[in-house]
Design a protein around this ligand. Structure first.
Ligand SMILES: C[S@@+](CC[C@H](N)C(=O)[O-])C[C@H]1O[C@@H](n2cnc3c(N)ncnc32)[C@H](O)[C@@H]1O
Ligand code: SF4
Length: 487
């Protein structure tokens, strides 16, 4: 029986959930650098966090400091330089190449040009960049100047990623975006002129007061820029955001947010327009104009390659551990001053968790190569997860072929929900505590939780989820290599 999917679950960043990480645990960077089957040292990915923005947008839950904290920018950069020096000396990273570098935030383009240059040059002096390294920099339009974009390009940025959220001036304003339309246009035109290999534009669906009319306007304007890569994040309202607080005082505000069904119609519209212009999905929430513009950093991280976190609050995956750096800034600065790497908490993935992470994140990447899985773990995914994959197939979420497990259009729409099918009970419980937070999302309180529905249906029908886990090891097992990740 097909489960009526009444709404989509919130965005899944990594497997296992954040809550699985424990203080006091950390990856062992004194281990030797890992080598691949060809005997060569494996490459790794880098995420570097710049936690500054001009203002905090009403919806934003990312770790950031608005302009009033700008006095911290300089000391923060000095701390980053020290953290880079410490990391460059660890045995685990010796003789390895940086395959992809991602400057995220906050707003990396908040940095002044000489500071940005010094930071990249310092990284380059301490690490070996791969010749074809993908280098992404996130940017917010009010912090862009033409000369800054040229500098970024000269420094090796080849993937410029802009947060726009909505091209409709009223929707942008109501949702707390400060960039006026002419500022957004100017930034994007300069970027086109500068000529980055890939330009990505982020939009958000389900924004406050969005209508089909404002959405169509925004999609038209987006496509006018012919970006190589486009991302549509679903608005999620999380504790700590201004929207969350406003909803506590004014529950009626909920009604002004787009519900899941009309939001899905908007996504369908965008999907149709993108398809007409030859865009295809890269992940369930992003599109590319050509295969060559695939976002390698995301693919590598989600396929479980090592990700080294730099900066306060960053997430990483190294030596089989999912981990997060200390945050906010003051305690982070203290750890750096003490001459220690700023890892706050970590979780060592068992072999079974690494395999689960591969499946969970693989669903979000819309395909799981059976040979790649076999190559990595020495077993076919169908042998490890027969019930889960069988269930997804029955639900029309995947098609199983000899070479791969491909996610269908239905599976793509509900990827974050279907991916949770692989969760063991303890993680499902952690996940539901978070999902159950009032106003965690904007749906009416009576809406059904998809992962709960899926879990109930499956356990009633096929017995305990632990059955297949047990045959391949328990969460406490030792693992080697990498698993899921988060950016
Ligand atoms: C860290 S921001 C970087 C972009 C840049 N700071 C800007 O906003 O222009 C990355 C993206 O996260 C998304 N995002 C932020 N808050 C969100 C929320 N509450 N729900 C869903 N997506 C969100 C936005 O699409 C944003 O572009
Ligand atoms: S959405 Fe971007 S600009 Fe707005 S607060 Fe978040 S990180 Fe900063």
């Amino acid at each position: 029986m097909k489960i009526p999917l009444t709404r989509r679950d919130r965005f899944l960043f990594q497997y296992p959930p954040f809550e699985a990480m424990r203080a006091g645990e950390a990856p062992d960077f004194s281990q030797p650098a890992p080598t691949g089957k060809d005997g060569k040292k494996e490459g790794f990915q880098v995420y570097l966090h710049i936690p500054f923005c001009a203002v905090r947008c009403t919806f934003c839950y990312y770790g950031m400091m608005p302009n009033t904290y700008r006095r911290f920018a300089e000391p923060y950069l000095e701390d980053l330089h020290r953290e880079i020096d410490m990391l460059a000396d660890v045995p685990y990273l010796q003789d390895r190449e940086v395959e992809t570098l991602y400057f995220g935030g906050g707003t990396p383009t908040y940095l002044k040009e000489p500071k940005f240059e010094a930071l990249v040059e310092h990284l380059r002096s301490r690490f070996r960049f791969a010749e074809d390294m993908e280098f992404t920099c996130e940017g917010e339009p009010t912090t862009i100047q033409e000369s800054k974009l040229q500098l970024l390009k000269d420094l090796g940025v080849n993937r410029m990623s802009f947060g726009v959220q909505s091209f409709h001036p009223e929707i942008a304003r109501i949702n707390g975006r400060i960039a006026k339309p002419q500022i957004v246009d100017r930034a994007l035109e300069w970027a086109k002129k500068t000529g980055f290999r890939v330009m990505n534009i982020d939009l958000m669906s389900g924004m406050l007061s969005e209508t089909m009319e404002t959405w169509k306007y925004s999609i038209d304007r987006l496509l006018g820029y012919e970006p190589e890569h486009m991302t549509i994040y679903r608005m999620e309202i999380k504790p700590g955001t201004q929207f969350f607080t406003q909803l506590q005082f004014n529950p009626e505000l909920r009604k002004q947010f787009v519900g899941d069904e009309p939001e899905l119609e908007m996504i369908d519209y965008a999907e149709e327009r993108f398809g007409e212009l030859g865009y295809t999905h890269h992940t369930h929430f992003s599109w590319i104009s050509k295969r060559e513009y695939e976002h390698t950093h995301r693919t590598n991280c989600w396929r479980g390659k090592d990700l080294i976190a730099i900066g306060e609050s960053s997430f990483g995956l190294a030596n089989g551990h999912l981990y997060q750096n200390v945050n906010p800034y003051r305690p982070y600065a203290q750890v750096i001053a003490d001459g220690r790497l700023p890892v706050a908490c970590a979780h060592k993935l068992s072999r079974h968790e690494q395999m689960t992470a591969y499946m969970v994140m693989g669903l979000k990447l819309l395909s799981i190569g059976r040979a790649a899985f076999q190559d990595r773990f020495g077993v076919d995914p169908l042998e490890v997860f027969p019930r889960e994959v069988g269930y997804l197939e029955e639900q029309g979420a995947v098609e199983v072929g000899d070479d791969d497990i491909k996610v269908t259009r239905h599976g793509c729409t509900y990827a974050d929900s279907f991916a949770r099918v692989f969760y063991p009970p303890e993680y499902r419980q952690m996940d539901e505590v978070a999902v159950g937070t009032p106003a965690f999302d904007k749906m009416p309180a009576e809406a059904t939780n998809v992962s709960e529905l899926v879990a109930l249906e499956v356990s009633a029908k096929q017995g305990s989820w632990e059955t297949s886990a047990q045959s391949y090891g328990n969460p406490g097992d030792e693992g080697n290599g990498a698993g899921g990740h988060s950016e």
